[in-house]
Design a protein around this ligand. Structure first.
Ligand code: NAD
Length: 274
């Protein structure tokens, strides 16, 4: 996909972080926006900012772990805007827990991070194929989709699932007007560290004002930087979007260890030298 102006973008988790960065980039490219998020107030704030900047935006409160919510989102996008050309299956949460539990953590994280993407693909791709127009699906995984970080087993499993799904889609969309990419960032300055605010039944409130809960290490990118990288990748037909190259090298090391009988790579963030 290399024409964006006048096309329609649907972004889940569009009220914050990487999703909002993508929304701003889509708007700058002249796209019409459909923003979906579980956080109604953040959605209203994000869409107001985008409208002030001149974008055409509609919003839908949506829990991506519910298939029916994705169906409603697609119905809304097609009936309001007449088509969909770019889908970012991006909403995500993380929970810290041991691999052996609690099971509620597993269900929540897999529900949002894996089922949310599966439902997004299941809902939008058949409609986009039927429309027959050029289009792109970008699934947000993580470096955790390539390497396993201790402490976040459910996230690692969900994100590796998103990578596998995206790879499969790449093969099966060959010869159609649709393409797919998978975004595998390292640290990005967002509210992901405050994911608990979005757990069903949670009474936690957003503890941040600007929303950045990240260690001060050199690898941290802004959502704007990531969105620029994503659009460059889509324009150049790049499937693997790795904004942090050093994880690509670690993944390569992992592949070599598989051949030589080594142990799994312990992923390491780039803390910089200064
Ligand atoms: N920030 C990072 O360092 C980083 C690194 C790799 C991958 N990611 C991935 O990027 C994606 C975006 O996260 P972010 O970092 O921008 O965090 P964020 O918390 O700033 O944004 C996530 C958005 O998803 C929404 N959301 C949460 N649960 C939802 C649900 N059930 N249904 C719909 N929306 C829901 C949140 O309200 C929020 O607006 C996630 O998939 C995350 O796993 C983030």
């Amino acid at each position: 996909m290399d024409e964006f102006s006048g096309r329609v973008a649907v972004i889940t988790g569009g009220a914050s972080g990487i999703g909002l960065g993508l929304a701003e980039k889509c708007a700058a490219e002249g796209m019409t926006l459909v923003l979906a998020d579980i956080e109604e107030a953040a959605l209203a704030q994000a869409s107001a900012g985008l409208r002030d900047a001149g974008a055409t935006v509609s919003t839908q409160v949506c829990d991506v772990s519910q298939a029916s919510h994705l169906e409603s989102l697609a119905d809304h996008a097609y009936s309001t805007h007449g088509g969909v050309h770019f889908v970012a299956n991006n909403a995500g949460v993380v929970a810290r827990h041991e691999p052996w539990g609690p099971i509620e953590d597993w269900e929540w994280v897999l529900g949002v991070d894996l089922w949310g993407v599966i439902y997004g693909v299941n809902t939008f791709v058949p409609r986009m194929l039927e429309a027959g127009e050029p289009g792109h699906i970008m699934n947000t995984a993580s470096t955790a989709g390539l390497l396993a970080f201790p402490g976040i087993a459910s996230y690692n499993v969900a994100k590796r699932g998103v990578v596998a799904l995206s790879e499969t889609m790449h093969h099966e969309l060959a010869g159609t007007p649709l393409s797919v990419s998978v975004l595998c960032p390292g640290l990005v300055a967002t509210k992901i560290g405050a994911s608990e605010r979005n757990r069903p039944g949670s009474t936690e409130v957003d503890p941040t004002t600007e929303g950045v809960l990240m260690p001060e290490v050199s690898e941290v990118l802004t959502p704007t930087e990531v969105a620029d990288i994503v659009f460059d990748a889509i324009r150049n037909d790049v499937f693997w979007i790795l904004p942090h190259e050093h994880y690509g090298h670690q993944a390569l090391e992992q592949a070599q260890r598989r051949l030589t009988g080594g142990t799994p790579v312990m992923p390491h963030i780039d803390r910089g030298t200064s």
